[in-house]
Design a protein around this ligand. Structure first.
Ligand code: PBG
Length: 418
C-alpha cells in the first residue's frame, strides 16, 4: 500500500524508508543476555526509575574498591578447533583485514557502496494491446498495455520506492517507415503513455528513448540511405522533433540512444527553442555495438533488417574513444552520461566517473538480465544474490543510477519482501 499524505500524493520514498527501518531493526536485534546478568540490569533500571532504590553509587563504588565487584558474565571459553588442526605459531601480521569483516554489524558499518530503490530506473515496454503480453527472451518482462498494464506496473514500482521509468514502444509495422516519422506523432504511443502516467502520478520521473529504431522499417536508429549508410544530420533533425514531442507530452528526461554525432547539442537547442528548458538530457554517451541487446530487439521487434549498428555504436574493444564521446556530450549540454551495457563495461563506467562531474548512469541491458534469469531457472545461480550483487558492483564502479529490468524485483528485495 502506498502511503498517502493529506494532499493525497503517494510518497513511495517514505514508504520505502519505513519498511527499510523495520527490516534494519529486525536484522540488528541483539541476542538476549543470560538470566543472572539480566537480574542486575533489571534492578539497576528499577533504581533509576525510582521504583526501588537499593544501593547508592557511592556504596557500589566502595564495594568495587574494596575488592567485591558485582557479578558479570564469565569470560567466554576459547572456541575449540577441530581435531587435526595444525598447531602453528600465529603469523606476525601488522594488519589483518578480516577483523573488519568479523560480524554482520561490522561489515554493514564499513560497507562503502549501498543500493537503494531511488537509484533504479525501470525500463518498461509498452504496446497498443489491452492485455500484457510476455516477452519470450526476457522472462518476467511484458509488453504492457499502455492504458492499464503500464499504470499498474508503475504503481507497483512506486510502492517500493522506484519512482523513475523509461519507456520503450512496440510500434505496429504499418506505422513504421524509412524516415520514422511516427516518432514525433504527438498522439503516438509514447506521448499518450506519458500523458496517462503524468495524469495519475504527477511526481513520477519519466525518461524517454530518443532514436528511430522502433519506428524505422529498416530497424536502424537512423535514416538509411540507398547504399546502406545511416545518415547522421538528417537523422538528428528527426530526433529533435521526437524529443520535443516527448517533452510536450510531459517527459522529464529525454535520452538519445541513437549515437548520431551532434545530437545532444541539437536536441538541447530544439528543446530550449520550444520552451522546454527544464527537460533534461540523459545522453547514451558510451553505447557499444553489443550482442547483449538481443532480447530487447525481440521485445520491440526492432532487429535491423540488414547489417549491424557498428557505424554508429562503439567498438567493444575501445576505451579511450569513450572520452571523445564524454567531451562531446558534456560540451553539448548533457545532464547525465550513460554507459551501456553495464557489467561487461565496468572499466568504462569508472572512466566516466573519474572524468566527469556529471551524474553517471549505467544500463544493465536485456542480455545481462536474461543471462541471470536463464541461469537461475536452471538452478545454476541464486537469482536474488546474483541480481543484487550485479547492481551493487555496477554502482561501485561509479554509476549513480542504474537502468535495470530487475528494478522492481530488486527494490522489493531491498525492502525485505520476497
Ligand atoms: C535502441 C535501443 C536499444 C536498447 C535501448 N535503446 C537497442 C539497440 O541499440 O539496438 C537496448 C536495451 C537493452 O538491450 O536492454 N535505440
Amino acid at each position: 500500500m502506498a502511503l498517502l499524505l493529506p494532499g493525497g500524493i503517494a510518497t513511495p520514498g517514505l514508504v520505502w524508508k519505513q519498511r527499510r527501518r523495520a527490516s534494519i531493526c529486525k536484522a540488528s536485534a541483539a541476542p538476549s543476555p543470560d538470566p543472572a546478568w539480566r537480574t542486575n540490569v533489571v534492578s539497576e533500571r528499577a533504581a533509576r526509575s525510582g521504583v526501588e532504590i537499593s544501593r547508592s553509587i557511592e556504596e557500589c563504588e566502595a564495594a568495587v574498591v574494596s575488592g567485591n565487584p558485582p557479578e558479570a558474565p564469565p569470560v567466554p571459553a576459547k572456541p575449540k578447533a577441530p581435531q587435526g588442526t595444525p598447531l602453528v605459531t600465529p603469523l606476525r601480521l601488522s594488519s589483518r583485514p578480516r577483523r573488519n569483516r568479523k560480524s554482520a554489524a561490522l561489515r554493514a558499518a564499513f560497507q562503502e557502496t549501498t543500493l537503494t530503490p531511488a537509484n533504479f530506473i525501470l525500463p518498461l515496454f509498452i504496446h497498443e494491446g489491452e492485455q500484457d503480453s510476455p516477452i519470450g527472451a526476457m522472462p518476467g518482462c511484458f509488453r504492457l498495455g499502455w492504458k492499464h498494464g503500464l499504470v499498474d506496473e508503475v504503481y507497483k514500482a512506486r510502492d517500493v520506492g522506484v519512482n523513475s521509468v523509461v519507456l520503450f514502444p512496440k510500434i505496429p509495422d504499418a506505422l513504421k517507415s524509412a524516415t520514422g516519422d511516427e516518432a514525433y506523432n504527438p498522439n503516438g504511443l509514447v506521448p499518450r503513455a506519458i500523458r496517462i502516467l503524468k495524469d495519475k502520478y504527477p511526481d513520477l520521473v519519466i525518461y524517454t528513448d530518443v532514436a528511430l529504431d522502433p519506428y524505422s522499417s529498416d530497424g536502424h536508429d537512423g535514416i538509411v540511405r540507398e547504399d546502406g549508410v545511416i545518415m547522421n544530420d538528417e537523422t538528428v533533425h528527426q530526433l529533435c522533433k521526437q524529443a520535443v514531442a516527448q517533452a510536450e507530452a510531459g517527459a522529464d528526461v529525454v535520452s538519445p540512444s541513437d549515437m548520431m554525432d551532434g545530437r545532444v547539442g541539437a536536441i538541447r537547442t530544439a528543446l530550449d527553442e520550444a520552451g522546454y528548458h527544464d527537460v533534461s538530457i540523459m545522453a547514451y554517451t558510451a553505447k557499444y555495438a553489443s550482442a547483449f541487446y538481443g532480447p530487447f530487439r525481440e521485445a520491440l521487434d526492432s532487429n535491423p533488417r540488414f547489417g549491424d549498428k557498428k557505424t554508429y555504436q562503439m567498438n567493444p574493444g575501445n576505451y579511450r574513444e569513450a572520452l571523445l564521446e564524454v567531451h562531446a556530450d558534456e560540451s553539448e549540454g548533457a545532464d547525465i552520461l550513460m554507459v551501456k551495457p553495464a557489467m561487461p563495461y565496468l572499466d568504462v563506467i569508472r572512466l566516466l566517473r573519474d572524468t566527469s562531474a556529471l551524474p553517471i548512469s549505467a544500463y544493465q541491458v536485456s542480455g545481462e538480465y536474461s543471462m541471470i534469469k536463464a541461469a537461475a531457472s536452471q538452478g545454476m545461480l541464486d537469482e536474488k544474490k546474483a541480481v543484487l550483487e550485479s547492481l551493487l558492483c555496477i554502482k561501485r564502479a561509479g554509476a549513480d543510477v542504474i537502468l535495470t529490468y530487475a528494478a522492481l524485483q530488486a527494490a522489493r528485495w531491498l525492502c525485505g519482501e520476497k
